[in-house]
Design a protein around this ligand. Structure first.
Ligand code: CTP
Length: 402
């Protein structure tokens, strides 16, 4: 459809970037990134009209987004058109504008385009041998200043390398290390840094990305004053622990990033962790979760280590419940020993199964006016349930009446 609209407007149009890469890799891609030789904003408006959806315009950059839904947007960019005095030079100019657009991009694998106009539909435009790099599993910059121009590409290189199991090409790796050494990453705004970091923490291969960031000395810029090597063993085991906890039905899926974030910070002082949460604008609620995890984990581990006869289940449950669920995979990874892991699983089960059947209604029924006594009674009830002292609902009622 975009091709037909462009045809009717006399523009050339291409799909570029991640979409082309993913299609060539045979992978699904939701990002559509169009480059128009012509007025990209006008074309976006036409698309918006036809599909009756919103269009966000950025006239300063000649770009627009056609917003179909939260998950699906089409980005439209205008390839810079330059003025040439000789009409004969025109075709060359046209292709050179696309060339310029692609040359500004990060890696060869992201700098390919596919023509969408009807008469050239499907033609691959690959000025920088991106296809060959895809074939040989290589992440390669287009020129030596790529990382300096946009240091966030340091993280992107690592993300693509680990996501696809590729290798950063040796010369590119040299540029990358040189840029890291010069501390350029520290100049990136915290917003952009967090956007990229969260992207990384949500990837299935997040742990190998964090590992690679550690090897390439990126951590000091991204997680100031956090030592990668201290948390490496836990990060390594985190994916497996996450899988286990989710198999037990105990993992909220939408907060994978927080699981990693907590594991990254678990060895740090609260001051260091607080600063990093602030740096990235982490919400108050989530910052509290991070801090609760930091404060609770060593006590929880120590209690799980103790022989069960010396620890009241209700005591352990209290410590565990003060920690967010997102810290449980980390706890499991720290426990290491299979027997302790199994104990932890049993504990979570007991906690899950021990919620009292009695609630505030019953207390009201006894004639008490609502107030703090409700909380006290219900907490006490629950402790007794956890320690195995009350088995039936009748036991619970008798306990409340006493
Ligand atoms: N791009 C770039 N430099 C950046 C960010 C993006 O050159 N710092 C270019 C790349 O050509 C990239 C395109 O813009 O392919 C779109 O960027 P984005 O949507 O962020 O990434 P994708 O490559 O689509 O990757 P992902 O699959 O992770 O969304």
């Amino acid at each position: 459809q975009a091709g037909q609209i462009a045809d009717s407007m006399g523009y050339k149009i291409y799909a570029a970037g991640g979409l082309v890469r993913d299609v060539l890799l045979g992978q699904e891609s939701l990002d559509v990134d169009l480059v128009v030789e012509g007025d990209g904003i006008r074309l976006a408006q036409e698309l918006g009209k036809i599909y009756d959806v919103r269009v966000r315009q950025h006239p300063k950059f000649g770009t627009a987004e056609v917003v179909f839904s939260d998950e699906f947007k089409i980005d439209v960019a205008t390839a810079r058109v330059e003025f040439y005095a000789y009409p004969a030079a025109l075709p060359q100019v046209e292709s050179s504008t696309l060339h310029q657009d692609l040359y500004r991009r990060d890696f060869t694998i992201n700098a390919m385009a596919v023509a969408l106009n009807e008469n050239s539909f499907g033609t691959l435009i690959d000025f920088f041998d991106g296809r060959e790099d895809l074939q040989y599993h290589t992440v390669r910059v287009l020129h030596n200043l790529s990382f300096i121009e946009d240091p966030i590409r340091i993280l992107r290189a690592i993300r693509f390398e680990q996501r696809y199991g590729f290798k950063i090409e040796p010369q590119t790796l040299k540029y990358l290390k040189e840029t890291v050494r010069r501390g350029v990453l520290a100049r990136v705004s915290n917003e952009r840094l967090w956007e990229e970091l969260k992207h990384i923490l949500l990837e299935p291969e997040a742990n190998s990305m964090l590992r690679r960031m550690g090897e390439l000395a990126v951590w000091p810029d991204v997680f100031p004053r956090v030592n990668y090597w201290e948390v490496e063993p836990v990060l390594k085991d985190l994916p497996q622990s996450m899988r286990q906890i989710s198999d037990w039905g105990m993992m909220p899926l939408n907060s994978r990033w927080l699981v990693y974030f907590i594991a990254v910070l678990h060895w740090s002082d609260t001051g260091v962790a607080r600063n990093i949460c602030e740096k990235y604008g982490i919400s108050k609620r989530q910052t509290e979760k991070v801090l609760a995890a930091l404060q609770g984990w060593s006590r929880a581990v120590a209690l799980i280590w103790k022989a069960p006869q010396y620890v009241k289940v209700s005591h352990l449950a209290k410590v565990l419940l003060q920690m967010p669920r997102e810290s449980y995979p980390m706890l499991l990874a720290i426990l290491e020993d299979e027997k302790l892991k199994e104990r932890f699983r049993q504990l979570l089960n007991i906690i899950e199964d021990s919620k009292p059947k009695t609630n505030g209604k019953y207390i009201k029924h006894l004639g008490y006016r609502p107030g703090p006594v409700y909380r006290e009674v219900l907490d006490a009830l629950w402790r007794e349930r956890l320690d195995g002292n009350l088995r039936t609902e009748e036991d619970e009622h008798a306990f409340v009446r006493d």
